[in-house]
Design a protein around this ligand. Structure first.
Ligand code: AMP
Ligand code: SF4
Length: 450
């Protein structure tokens, strides 16, 4: 999921629309924008699918106001359908409000049970709705105290933007698992999951919201407070490895720079004799560049990603899925034929991508295919909102390195060590690497790990 909020900016909805475009990689299932207009009325528009399909000039201009929030939705975080597309909007006697959130609250089942036992009836399967009810559960007048208390009941990796008619609250989980940053735009402010959303709207990056921080933005300017004294800094390493855009800076570390450094270390740890380095477009290109620089092996455009691929009709049957990968990626025969290839990818989840690409390259005449992965073997599920699959489906959860190599049909296979994955990250001394190590930064309530 990706979230954005703007305060004190004319035509907030247009700004959010462009910002969400740059966050589209964080979720393609649905998107929504909510604003408060000058009369204090909340206006909201949501839809399923990609930004371009959902919004048009008429729906944007209907969303009047100088304050607004928006979200793109990622599948598999909770149930699908329009109801679960954020922002969510709530009526309350103390004032209407809206919430957009990223991530996953791991004790959401327990919190929902508690609230349902006290009369709450939920309309969605989102953590944002749980947060709304927790904030309002005591009837306390002091809104920030309610928000602090509510966030302290939530365990997990999340960021939330809460909007009232004249104020934004930007909150980041106390472990700093999810990213959230703050920018300046004209006389107003912007908060966003990633800084790449600032560039397109002409905002200037100010800083990251810190783990456990709530930044309040209103006509008094900016105020900050910590909701927890027990904050840590365990930013999600998969954001750097795969999820975030290379032009984003997260917690002081540029994503492209991270991936390039990981690629360099990957070669040092897993050297190989090859004629060319080929990266799997798009998320692995930075790592492949680093691998090529470190090894001196030339980088070549051995795979081309098709820009205009239809998505849904290729899903249902297996043969069509196979065709789907061929439609997404093509080997460049004249480049790969007869060559020993170092194929660099950012991660192996189920292993389907690697298996198919190795096959495609061999069919195109590659002499050898040596797969190098710029992250460690993924062995554990993520409980913080990144869909990294179930333990049974993860290729490396029940295979040795040799077995994994065999399963994807490569001549050799190498992964980046957890130490180097950690060391490539300049911004966070101890990022979350639980899907590689099983060392989860939070308590786990809803799920049992191996
Ligand atoms: P798989 O084919 O299941 O092994 O997936 C690995 C590929 O999917 C890699 O090339 C990654 O770029 C990409 N990837 C990694 N993590 C995710 C994720 N959480 N959701 C979707 N794709 C991912
Ligand atoms: Fe990120 Fe993996 Fe930690 Fe999930 S478990 S937050 S994907 S590093």
């Amino acid at each position: 999921m990706g979230v954005i909020g703007v305060y004190g900016v004319s035509s907030a909805s247009t700004v959010i629309y462009y910002g969400l475009h740059n966050l589209q990689h964080r979720g393609q299932e649905g998107a929504g924008i909510a604003t408060f207009d000058s009369t204090g009325q909340c206006r909201r528009f949501r839809g399923l699918g990609l930004m371009d399909k959902i919004f048009d000039p008429a729906s944007i201009s209907h969303l009047e106001g100088n304050i607004g929030i928006g979200a793109v939705r990622y599948a598999n975080v909770s149930h699908g359908g329009l109801d679960n597309v954020q922002p969510l909007f709530f009526h309350h006697k103390s004032g209407d409000f809206a919430i957009a959130g990223d991530g996953n609250v791991v004790n959401s089942r327990q919190l929902a049970d508690y609230l349902e036992d006290h009369g709450t009836i939920f309309q969605t399967a989102t953590d944002s709705e749980i947060l709304a009810h927790l904030i309002k559960k005591d009837g306390n007048e002091d809104r920030i105290v309610n928000i602090v208390n509510a966030l302290n009941m939530m365990e997990g990796g999340f960021s939330f933007i809460i909007m009232t008619k004249n104020r934004l609250y930007a909150c980041r989980d106390k472990y700093g698992i999810k990213p959230l940053c703050l920018g300046k735009l004209a006389d107003g402010y912007v908060v966003s999951s990633e800084s790449c959303a600032f560039d397109i709207i002409g905002a200037t990056f100010i800083r990251d919201i810190t783990p456990g921080e709530i930044v309040t933005i209103d006509d008094k300017g900016l105020r900050t407070r910590q909701y927890s004294r027990f904050s840590k800094h365990r930013m999600c390493s998969m954001e750097y490895i795969y999820f975030a855009r290379p032009d984003s800076d997260i917690d002081g570390c540029n994503v492209h720079a991270y991936r390039k450094e990981a690629g360099r270390r990957l070669y040092r740890e897993n050297p190989v004799e090859a004629d060319i380095v080929v990266g799997v477009p798009e998320s692995s290109l930075s790592a492949a560049m680093g691998f090529s620089e470190e090894s001196g092996i030339p980088y070549e455009m051995g795979l081309i990603k098709h820009k205009y691929v239809g998505r849904t009709f290729i899903q249902p049957v297996q043969e069509m899925r196979e065709l789907g990968v061929k439609m997404k990626l093509s080997p460049v025969k004249s480049i790969v034929s007869g060559k020993r290839i170092a194929l660099v990818d950012d991660s192996i989840v189920r292993g389907t991508t690697s298996l198919k690409i190795v096959k495609l390259l061999r069919e195109a005449g590659a002499k050898e295919v040596h797969v190098r992965i710029a992250s460690p073997m993924m062995t554990h599920p993520c409980f913080y909102g990144v869909d990294t699959s179930t333990p049974e489906e993860l290729l490396c959860s029940h295979r040795t390195l040799e077995e994994a190599c065999q399963a994807i049909g490569a001549d050799s296979l190498g992964f980046l060590s957890p130490e180097s994955t950690n060391a490539s990250c300049f911004g966070c001394a101890e990022p979350c690497m639980a899907c590689f190590t099983g060392d989860y930064p939070t308590a786990l309530y809803n799920e049992i790990t191996k």
